[in-house]
Design a protein around this ligand. Structure first.
Ligand SMILES: [Zn+2]
Length: 445
């Protein structure tokens, strides 16, 4: 377990961070009752859904009562947009009270909008400030934000939070790698944020430009958008490359932000005062015990403009609700987001996520940071059509013995993940470098 050297004593930003479990549950229950009443009255989608089910929010007595409601999935949201384009039927405030609209990144479907009132934006900024404060960031820090600012939620939320904290912000966005690097060294940036793969890429380009990232003034790197921040080997790679602590951030368009590392870095803390979290079995929908991986389902407790009830995030997590050594009591997602429920491969009965493969690739010497998992006919059983191995494409470094590295990697995957891997080594620079979210899994017929 690593502990941020100079921030162990960082006090809570919001008193709610150290509430007892009883206080938290009381807050959640009261907020949920209020929120469901409002949502059932003001959101056309939920008004209809509650009526169809005969669900009366005034009957809610405990958090468990929420389970009487069905999940809300992305398909429900998209269908509502299609039925009442372009705004959809989820919003629970009149249009003139919507202060901000962001859109999904649209990698798998047409972009859909999400809404915030002025009060929602305040809440968002405050949650970001809470998290950054918990990582020992504050006045005097120079934050260069490399999350994108256009359409999507990344950049603006972080900017508002860091401003509230009293830090200096450079809204750099996700373009122009070389200019980003020159700015880091010329202005003395102390905090960077971006996707883990982009942070690795940025460090590599800095070296090519003749800079030493480890000798820079950067002391914190906040990563999000991919599981890498919670993959120990990837975190170590970023920390060594930059000579800075790497902290994990977790959020989505719908729940922004919802989890961040504390000084103990034993899994991001959820903001349990902002959203009620259930962890459920992907197949049965039943709640799973703490310590068992399941899909995170979230319900807004006070969001005004775009409230969601039992939102299926699709992210597989493992919860620990015990108080943390940092003093905070809100539950942690141990190991961060393990992967997407959709990205989970089942290989001969073994559940496998790309993030687990990443850990093995990045702790095997002689390889670049890039990798790709391919599941195609060559690794599928002719009888069942199910995969019985993975094809793993990696890049052997120029001075490495490619055959030996491939054998070592295959053995490590077999040993640690109990899955057979057919390893292909490629020359360095062959696999695509991602500036936004890296696509690590390719599933072909
Ligand atoms: Zn903690």
């Amino acid at each position: 377990m690593t502990v941020l050297d100079d921030t162990v004593a960082t006090a809570a930003w919001d008193p709610c961070e150290t509430w007892s479990r009883d206080q938290l549950v009381a807050h959640q229950t009261a907020s949920l009752t209020r929120q469901l009443e409002r949502v059932g009255r003001d959101s056309a989608f939920y008004r209809r859904r509650f009526a169809e089910l005969g669900f009366d929010p005034r009957d809610v007595r405990s958090l468990e009562d929420l389970r009487r409601l069905p999940l809300t999935k992305k398909a429900d949201y998209s269908a509502s947009i299609a039925a009442a384009a372009p705004w959809g039927e989820f919003a629970a405030v009149p249009r003139e009270r919507i202060a901000r609209i962001h859109f999904s990144s649209g990698t798998t479907a047409a972009p859909v909008p999400q809404y915030w009132t002025a009060k929602d934006l305040e809440r968002w900024a405050d949650l970001y400030a809470r998290y950054a404060h918990g990582q020992g960031i504050g006045p005097g820090d120079l934050f260069q934000c490399l999350f994108t600012y256009t359409w999507f939620v990344g950049g603006l939320g972080a900017t508002a939070g860091f401003q509230r904290l009293g830090a200096t912000v450079i809204p750099a966005g996700s373009q122009e790698t070389e200019r980003q690097i020159r700015t880091v060294f010329e202005f003395g940036t102390t905090v960077l944020c971006g996707t883990p793969s982009f942070m690795v890429h940025l460090g590599a380009v800095a070296r090519e430009m003749g800079y030493d990232p480890a000798a820079s003034t950067v002391r914190r790197i906040i990563v999000g958008g991919e599981p890498g921040g919670a993959v120990p080997a990837t975190r170590r790679r970023i920390e060594e490359l930059w000579g800075a602590r790497c902290c994990d951030a977790y959020g989505s368009l719908e729940f922004q932000p919802i989890g961040f590392d504390c000084p103990v870095q034993d899994g991001p803390h959820l903001a349990e005062d902002f959203a009620y979290a259930e962890i459920i079995d992907a197949e049965t929908g039943e709640p799973v015990e703490d310590g068992t991986p399941g899909v995170l389902v979230l319900t807004h407790l006070d969001k005004e403009a775009g409230p969601l009830v039992r939102w299926w995030t699709g992210d597989v997590v493992c919860r620990d609700s015990r108080p943390c050594a940092c003093g905070r009591t809100h539950a942690r997602l141990v190991g961060g987001v393990r992967g997407r429920a959709d990205d989970m491969l089942v290989i001969r009965g073994i559940n496998l996520f790309p993030s687990a493969v990443e850990e093995v690739v990045r702790s095997t010497p002689g390889l670049s940071d890039e990798y790709r998992i391919v599941v195609d006919a060559s690794v599928r059983s002719a009888d069942t059509g199910l995969p019985n191995a993975i094809r793993l494409q990696v890049e052997a470094l120029a001075d490495a013995d490619a055959t030996r590295v491939a054998a070592a990697l295959a053995a490590a995957v077999k040993d640690r993940l109990r899955v057979r891997a057919v390893v292909e080594t490629l020359p360095p620079g062959t696999l695509p470098r991602a500036q936004h979210k890296a696509k690590r899994l390719v599933v072909a017929p």
